[in-house]
Design a protein around this ligand. Structure first.
Ligand SMILES: [Zn+2]
Length: 116
């Protein structure tokens, strides 16, 4: 044990430790990159949700659905849900949207998250 790098076991151990460190550095780098991309997407989405384009589409969906939740028929606390997202936000049509009350929207969102 006086010379860790002097024998074959020591070399293998060193390589394993080096490999693990490299994996850790790569994992951390990828994780940070993903977090940054996620924050950018969230900021872009927040900007879109406040846009006139979204407000007009949202209103169109509410009117099409008779200002009622498509699942439970509630009239209060309505939200407009994206059934799917377009490649570029703001290019979706009203067909991508559906009206839901807050509890139904939360239920659907939870169910979809669990599926991922
Ligand atoms: Zn509902």
């Amino acid at each position: 044990m006086t010379d860790l790098f002097g024998d074959a076991a020591g070399i293998v151990l060193s390589l394993v430790i080096l490999w693990l460190l490299l994996r850790l550095v790569l994992w951390t780098w990828r994780y940070n990159r993903r977090q940054m991309a996620r924050r950018r997407r969230q900021a872009a989405y927040a900007g879109y949700i406040n846009s006139e384009t979204w407000k007009a589409l949202r209103q169109e969906a509410l009117e099409r659905d008779g200002h009622r939740c498509r699942l439970c028929n509630a009239r209060r606390g309505l939200e407009v849900h994206h059934r799917y997202y377009p490649g570029v936000m703001g290019t979706e049509t009203v067909d991508a949207l559906t009206t839901l009350c807050h509890p139904c929207h939360e239920g659907i969102t939870e169910m979809l998250r669990a599926r991922r």
